[in-house]
Each structure stands twice: as structure tokens, then as C-alpha cells.
Design a protein around this ligand. Structure first.
Ligand code: BES
Ligand code: ZN
Length: 875
């Protein structure tokens, strides 16, 4: 019998577990010791063995498993086989269990006893620290996605091995114990209690969750009776009310949208003080960072509110898309994340139409565009050959490009067909796994359109096209080439869903552009009489994922259309964003970009203005210092009138978007060192410092005030910095702490920036929050931050892992803008790279090269200074 000849070595060095044994059911019992930061566990796995074997191979990492504690009992016999040998292979995070005899085909139960540590790395089974009555306490929390269930119990830790989970916890009597399913029985026995949870439907290991701590909650029921709770730290449950409301509505909406009821009897959502990502969609027990779940009526900003709504909607979407129907392998992660991102906007738009979230969505696309314009990008469907490669895939390609191509497809197929086909897909793959291909098949069936051909070009190759358009003899000439930020031309080709409108939105054309070049006859569309009003816009309302490069004539027509307010907000955004990207890639003169920006002087839409301001700020931050003065002045002159109109105080009854805009504009002006803004900020801040309830500094403008204050700080006068630390220390609201962290390093004095960076390493900053301080490093101090990273690398490597570690690389390396720094970073990481950061290192260094090239190119634009002056004056 061939399989009896198996040897342990043949199971090592593989990307995936062998399939000859598959779990059907886990009976899992965990006993955490919160004070000692340890846990003990026992698992009984009901297995189906499909091929005779002496070996069982499953995942485990950082667990103590004694060979004596492992046995297998074939079903229907009294025999219990003890494991002869248990080999732990740390590189592969697997256990190879060897028996003396061949295990019979069919079912049986594998029992394993084990011990582990409640770690402080925010993955696996970990501890998070909170305060209760002035005393520090540990809670026990799980975070298993993508592949850390194996750090809590031995298991088949891949999404396709779905099984039933029956969980039991032995915990201190005074604690609240939560898991995916409701409690069915609780037996208190003095200081400890045993909590039994109901058995789950079949699900993947990465969605299992367990939490033990002391919490309060608010509770309500959806219209169809699902119990929803939001758990918070003791005495903060009122901050859970907004998320609770959103969750109630969202569950009902998605039940209708997916045409399948919410599959579990309850939904718990909980804020965790130490949390690596934003939130995690564990089945029936969603975990969040505090900033992504809690909303405080007095001290949270409009931006915080929107974040809570979007994150809740995103995680609840996963309950269907991800949890009920699960990706077959991590190559299809984008299905989970891209889809949940897209549909969270759908929900937010329903509940808060006045937020114009579909216009805000364009910011997601832009972030996707930026990463995907690098040679070091990757296809949406990406090969995963080792578990260490998975974390880096939770990136702008999976989330934002993923969401953008879904939006593109939805708008091509139409909302109704799209939704019906999706519902069919969910029904077909419920309690099972699916690949990208399966979704396309369902959409192709439902629509009769060539979905596979169309979408393969977007998900199987990296990058995206720029469609160049020229107007010649009444014909529109289209040509597609791959867009790269470096300015080189890639070889990619796409099936591009082209939409275009001419002179008005009432007449639109729509077709698939397959080839490299195509002429399009405009005669049927030309309805504008006066030549002055003529304009053509491709990618109408920016629903597709490509850029457009217009010839000079068409570009100047569009500029005029913007000046005369003919374009939708999304199209204004698109024209600007494409021009900006083309300029950064050296395909368009900076001057013509600045001319275009000047056309936005009457802009009213939050997203468009915020994006314009972001783009210029980005240029200012990479530009060579000799150009900086002029560019800065240009930006200040551009932004000031808008900020003046809004003022510092909210007008009564004003909308959400005005609140967002005020914060964005004032923060930008503060960063630019705009004196009037800084003076006003300092005045208001001083009142606030004495009275945290003062109406002079509402939450929407606090970040701006903090950044402004930091502009007045230097190494010999650090009062402002110290006041901010005081606010940080005195606040118990995470969103407030994050606002402070985001401002501390925005100081022009490098000595202070270094001090702020060192604060990251102090015990006062939770590891989850380091990135906020890092992101706030002002443009003058990028090299300081890079130097600091190099000096502290060994410590950082020991303290951080996963996506948090990649942030350190990305945030500090990407903004550098000289070839010399690019070489320096390459040299530094040569000996330090490893699988879990390799992609990020490569992408960040590529960005440095691109920045350097851009800086060189604008130096070539000799008369820039004068033109800037002229433009600013005109404005
Ligand atoms: N599944 C992710 C959480 C996750 C991220 C797990 C990275 C493992 C690694 C979750 O659904 C998610 O996408 N969270 C987002 C928030 C969302 C609103 C975009 C996050 O954490 O940022
Ligand atoms: Zn997600």
C-alpha cells in the first residue's frame, strides 16, 4: 500500500496541507490564565480519513504538544491508538503525527492536549491590557486571520477545511466569556466557571473567536429578531450605541441584498484596546479597534462617525461574503476584501445619502491606482506559496483595486442583474468555498455578458491601462497602454468598459474596448452647437478602473467645462486625478497641472477639494526645496478662501461633509505653516487646554489645532508638545489619542521629531498605534524618520509583526525622494529582508526612485516660479 510508505519529510516545505484527512468537527476546550498569560487546551477533532495513512498532518505553532497527549480513536472500535511520534516543524507551522499502524479509512477522533502563551503580538490567542477601577487587567482575545488559529489550537488551518466548532471555556467566574455562538450552559464552580457554547455551523478556522474579560454592553434586536450587542469597556457602553444602530440596519439590508438570512442566532461586536488591524469579521463575534467601533457624542469627529459606519458595514458584509461563502484559498482573498469594501459603501450610501460616499469612494480607487502603477504590484489573484506571504496581500490591490473592479463590473452589468446573480452565487456556495472563477460564472449566467473574458484581464494580470484619446476629423482615436508611475510603458492589455459622454450627461455611449487602438465615430453624439461648450469625458462618473489621457485640445475643453461647472463631482475628481498621475509619471507638465488646479477655485464638493489639497500637499512634500516656497504659496492661496468661508466653528445644522472639509482644510493649512491658521489654532487650543468641554475646539478641528500647535514648537520651547502629551495622557478616548499621535511629529524641528518618534517605543503608546505617529511625520523630516527606523530596526522587528511591521517600512521609506536614499534603503534591507516584508520593501524603494525622477523633471521646468506667481495672483 503506497501510502503506508509515507515518511514525515514528504510533508515539509509545502504551501498547503495534504488532503487525505479532513476535519469535520472540533470539540475545543480552552482554559486561559489571564494573570499568568498562559492557556491550556484540549481538542478532539472528528476526522474523515480518505486514504490509508500512518500520518496525520495539521497546523500548530508556538504550542506545546506532548506526544503522550495525542491519540486517535477510529469510530466504531474500542481501540485508542497512541501517537508514536509527534514532530513539530516550526518553519512550516505543522505537526506531523506518526502512528505505529495505518489508520483505517473512514471517521475517527483525534485528541490533542496542549499548552500555550497568551502572547502580546495581537495574533493567535493574545492578551490585551485594559484598566478597571484604576487597575491594569488582561483580557484574552483571538485574532486568527489569516493563519493564526494554529497559535491557539492544533487544526487544519486553511479556509477550505470547514468544520463544526463546539467550544467550551473555563474562565474566572466574574468574567464575560464570548465566542462565535451563544452560551448554552454556564456552570459556576467557586472562582471559576465552565461556559459551554452552542455548536456552530460549518465554518473556517480563521473565523473562530474567543474573548474573556470584563465588559459592559448595549443590546437590541433586528426587525427579524437577531440579537445584536456591542461590548465595550466597563462604563463606556453608551459609546456603542451608534455602531449598534448601524449594525441593526445593516443586517437587515444585507439579508435582502444577498437574499439569505443572517446565518447565526446572534451578533456580538466588541472593542478591543490592542488590535492589529481595523476590525475582524469573526463569525458572530466581530472584533474592532476602539476607534472603529466607539462613537462619543461629545468628543468624536464626523470622520470618526463615518469610519465606524463603514467598518461595521464592511465586517457585517463578510458574515455572508467570506463567512458563509468562503474563499477556497488566499489567492482569492480579494473576493472577501474587495467585495466587502465595495458593499460597505452601498450600505453607507443607503443609510447616509448626504455623505456622498460614492464620491468619497474615488479615494479608494486612487489608492489602488497608486500601488498598481508600480512594477512591484501584483495581480488581484495572486499566488501564495508560503504562509508568511499572506499578510502582505491585505493591501490596496485586494481591497481598493478589488472594490473598484467590482464597482466597474456592477456598473457595466447594471445594479439589478448584478444583485440577482450575486444572490444566486451566495446560495450556490453557502457553507462551502468558492474561487474567483465561480463568481464570474454566476454573473455570466445571470447577465449573458462575457464576464469571464472581461474580468480575467483585470484580476489575472497586474496593472491597469491609460486610455489616450485624440480627436481627429470628427473621430475619437483611442489607444490603451499600461500605466506605470515610472513613466515606462508596460505590456499589459485589458478589456476596457468604455463609457463616454459629450457635452452633456444625457447622451452616453458604452462599449468594450478590446484592442490596442480603436476609432470611435462621434457623429451620433455631437449635439453641442456652440463650439465653446464642446467637451468629451471618458469613464463617466469614474466607475471604471482606468486612467484617461486627453490630447491638449480635449484637455483644455475639460478644463473649461470644470470652470463652468458642467461636470459631475466624480468627473471633476477624475480629470484632476488622472492629470496628477500623468504629471507624476512625467507624462504631463507640472504647469498644465497647476493650470488645471486653478480651475477648481469654485469647487464645492468635499472629496474633490480634499483630494486637490492632498495632491498638492504630496507634491509639496516631494518637491525640491527650491521649488517649495512657490508651491507652498500656491497651495495656501488656493486653500485659504475655502477655509475662510467655512471658519473654525460649525454652523448650526450644517452637514457632515462640511465638518469633514473644515478639518481637512485647516489641517492642510496648518501643515503648510499658514500663519493666520496657526495663530487662531493656538488661541483656541489654549482655551481647550483649560476646559476640554469648550465649544471653541470641536472634535472636527482638533487635529488641525494640534498640528498647528506643533508648528510653533522647537527644541528650546516645547510647551506645545508637552500640552499635547498631557491631553494624550488625560483622555480615555482612543480617537482623541490618535489625533494627538498624528500631530506630534509634524514639527519643523528635527530634534523634536526624533523625540516624538522615540515616544512610539515608550510603554505609553500601544503597538497598535505606532503607525499614527509615524504617518504624521512632516515632509521636512522624512529623512529623520528613515534614520530613526534604521537605528531602531532590531527592536521594531522584535516587537511588531504582520501588517503593522510593513507599515514601518512603507511609511518611512516611500516618501524619500533621492536616488541616494533609494540606494541606502536597498543596501539596508539587502541583509534584512524576509518573506513577510519583501513585497513592501520592493514597492517602497520603487516609489523612492519615482519620486527622485519627478523631482529631477520639475527642475527642468525653468519658468515654474514665475508661472506659479502668476497663477496664485490670478486666483
Ligand atoms: N478581514 C479583515 C481584517 C484583517 C486584516 C485580518 C488584515 C487579517 C489581516 C477585515 O475584514 C478588514 O478588512 N478590516 C479593515 C477595515 C475595513 C473597513 C477596510 C481593516 O482592518 O483595516
Ligand atoms: Zn474585510
Amino acid at each position: 500500500m503506497a501510502s503506508a510508505e509515507q515518511s514525515a519529510e514528504q510533508f515539509t516545505g509545502r504551501a498547503r496541507l495534504p488532503g487525505f484527512a479532513a476535519p469535520r468537527r472540533y470539540d475545543l476546550r480552552l482554559t486561559p490564565d489571564l494573570a499568568a498569560c498562559a492557556f491550556a487546551g484540549e481538542v478532539a477533532v472528528g476526522l474523515a480519513i480518505a486514504a490509508p495513512t500512518r500520518f496525520l498532518v495539521l497546523n500548530a505553532a508556538e504550542l506545546d504538544v506532548a506526544a503522550g497527549g495525542v491519540s486517535y480513536a477510529p469510530q466504531g472500535s474500542d481501540q485508542v491508538l497512541q501517537a508514536a511520534e509527534v514532530t513539530n516543524v516550526p518553519e512550516d507551522e505543522i505537526l506531523i503525527i506518526c502512528f505505529n499502524e495505518v489508520l483505517p479509512l473512514g471517521e475517527g477522533t483525534l485528541k490533542i492536549a496542549f499548552n500555550g502563551t497568551l502572547n502580546d503580538k495581537m495574533h493567535g490567542f493574545y492578551r490585551s491590557v485594559y484598566e478597571l477601577n484604576g487597575e491594569k487587567k488582561n483580557m484574552a482575545v483571538t485574532q486568527f486571520e489569516p493563519a493564526d488559529a494554529r497559535r491557539c489550537f492544533p487544526c487544519w488551518d486553511e479556509p477550505a477545511f470547514k468544520a463544526v466548532f463546539k467550544i467550551t471555556l473555563e474562565v474566572p467566574s466574574e468574567t464575560v466569556a464570548l465566542s462565535n455562538m451563544p452560551v448554552i450552559e454556564e456552570k459556576v464552580n467557586g472562582p471559576t466557571k465552565i461556559v459551554h457554547f452552542q455548536e456552530s455551523p460549518i465554518m473556517s478556522t480563521y473565523l473562530v473567536a474567543v474573548i474573556v474579560g470584563i465588559f459592559d454592553y448595549v443590546e437590541d434586536f433586528t426587525t427579524d429578531g437577531t440579537r445584536v450587542r456591542v461590548y465595550t469597556q466597563v462604563s463606556k457602553s453608551a459609546q456603542g450605541k451608534f455602531a449598534l444602530e448601524v449594525a441593526l440596519k445593516t443586517l437587515v439590508l444585507f439579508k435582502e441584498y444577498f437574499a439569505v438570512p443572517y446565518p447565526l442566532p446572534k451578533m456580538d461586536m466588541i472593542a478591543i484596546p490592542d488590535f492589529a488591524s481595523g476590525a475582524m469579521e469573526n463569525y458572530g463575534l466581530v472584533t474592532y479597534r476602539e476607534t472603529a467601533l466607539l462613537f462619543d457624542e461629545k468628543h468624536s469627529a464626523a470622520a470618526n462617525k463615518q469610519r465606524v459606519a463603514v467598518v461595521v458595514a464592511h465586517e457585517l458584509a463578510h458574515q455572508w461574503f467570506g463567512n458563509l461563502v468562503t474563499m477556497e484559498w488566499w489567492t482569492h482573498l480579494w473576493l472577501n476584501e474587495g467585495f466587502a469594501t465595495w458593499v460597505s459603501y452601498l450600505a453607507a450610501d443607503q443609510f447616509f445619502p448626504e455623505w456622498n460616499v460614492w464620491t468619497q469612494f474615488l479615494e479608494e480607487s486612487t489608492t489602488g491606482f497608486k500601488l498598481d502603477a508600480l512594477a512591484g504590484s501584483h495581480p488581484i489573484e495572486v499566488d501564495i506559496n508560503h504562509v508568511d506571504e499572506i499578510d502582505e496581500i491585505f493591501d490596496a490591490i485586494s481591497y481598493r483595486k478589488g472594490a473598484s473592479v467590482i464597482r466597474m463590473l456592477q456598473s457595466y452589468l447594471g445594479a439589478e442583474v448584478f444583485q440577482k446573480s450575486l444572490a444566486a452565487y451566495i446560495k450556490r456556495f453557502a457553507y462551502s468555498n468558492a474561487k474567483t472563477e465561480d463568481l464570474w460564472a454566476a454573473l455570466e449566467e445571470g447577465s449573458g455578458e462575457p464576464v469571464r473574458t472581461l474580468m480575467h484581464s483585470w484580476t489575472k494580470q497586474q496593472g491597469y491601462p491609460v486610455v489616450s484619446v485624440k480627436l481627429k476629423d470628427g473621430k475619437l482615436q483611442l489607444e490603451q497602454t499600461q500605466f506605470l508611475s515610472s513613466g515606462s510603458t508596460g505590456v499589459g492589455q485589458w478589456v476596457v468598459p468604455i463609457t463616454l459622454c459629450c457635452c452633456s450627461y444625457s447622451r452616453q455611449e458604452k462599449f468594450l474596448f478590446h484592442g490596442k487602438q480603436e476609432d470611435f465615430d462621434l457623429s451620433g453624439l455631437m449635439e453641442c452647437k456652440k463650439k465653446d461648450d464642446f467637451w468629451i469625458k471618458l469613464n463617466v462618473n469614474q466607475t471604471s478602473f482606468y486612467r484617461v489621457s486627453y490630447d491638449d485640445e480635449l484637455a483644455s475643453r475639460l478644463r473649461y467645462a470644470i470652470e463652468t461647472n458642467k461636470l459631475s463631482a466624480a468627473d471633476r475628481y477624475g480629470v484632476l486625478d488622472d492629470a496628477y498621475a500623468l504629471c507624476m509619471a512625467g507624462k504631463q507638465k507640472l504647469l498644465s497641472l497647476l493650470h488645471l488646479i486653478a480651475a477648481f477655485k469654485d469647487e464645492t464638493e468635499y472629496t474633490v477639494l480634499a483630494h486637490t489639497s492632498l495632491n498638492i500637499a504630496e507634491m509639496v512634500s516631494v518637491a525640491a526645496p527650491e521649488e517649495l516656497g512657490n508651491l507652498k504659496k500656491f497651495l495656501i492661496d488656493f486653500l485659504e478662501p475655502f477655509a475662510q468661508k467655512l471658519g473654525w466653528d460649525a454652523k448650526s445644522g450644517e452637514g457632515h461633509l462640511n465638518a469633514l472639509l473644515r478639518g481637512t482644510l485647516l489641517t492642510a493649512l496648518a501643515e503648510l505653516g499658514h500663519e493666520a491658521t496657526i495663530n487662531e489654532a493656538v488661541r483656541r487650543f489654549n482655551v481647550f487646554l483649560q476646559d476640554r468641554e469648550t465649544p471653541l475646539l470641536p472634535p472636527d478641528v482638533r487635529k488641525a489645532a494640534y498640528v498647528a500647535l506643533m508648528q510653533t514648537v522647537n527644541k528650546s520651547n516645547k510647551t506645545g508638545y508637552e500640552s499635547l502629551l498631557q491631553i494624550y495622557r488625560e483622555s480615555d478616548l482612543s480617537q482623541e489619542k490618535v489625533r494627538v499621535l498624528g500631530s506630534l511629529a509634524s514639527c519643523p524641528d528635527p530634534v523634536v521629531v526624533r523625540e516624538a518618534l522615540d515616544f512610539i517605543l515608550s510603554p505609553e503608546v500601544r503597538n497598535q498605534d505606532a503607525l499614527f505617529l509615524l504617518r504624521g511625520v512632516c515632509s521636512g523630516a522624512y529623512e529623520v524618520a528613515w534614520q530613526w527606523l534604521k537605528e531602531n530596526w532590531d527592536y521594531i522587528l522584535g516587537a511588531y509583526s504582520g501588517t503593522l511591521l510593513t507599515y514601518f517600512v512603507n511609511i518611512t521609506v516611500s516618501p524619500l525622494a533621492t536616488d541616494e536614499k533609494g540606494d541606502d534603503a536597498e543596501e539596508f534591507f539587502k541583509s534584512r529582508t524576509k518573506a513577510s516584508i519583501a513585497r513592501t520593501v520592493k514597492q517602497s524603494i520603487e516609489r523612492v526612485r519615482i519620486n527622485a525622477q519627478w523631482v529631477k523633471s520639475i527642475k527642468g521646468e525653468a519658468d515654474l516660479g514665475n508661472v506659479l506667481k502668476a497663477l496664485a495672483h490670478k486666483h
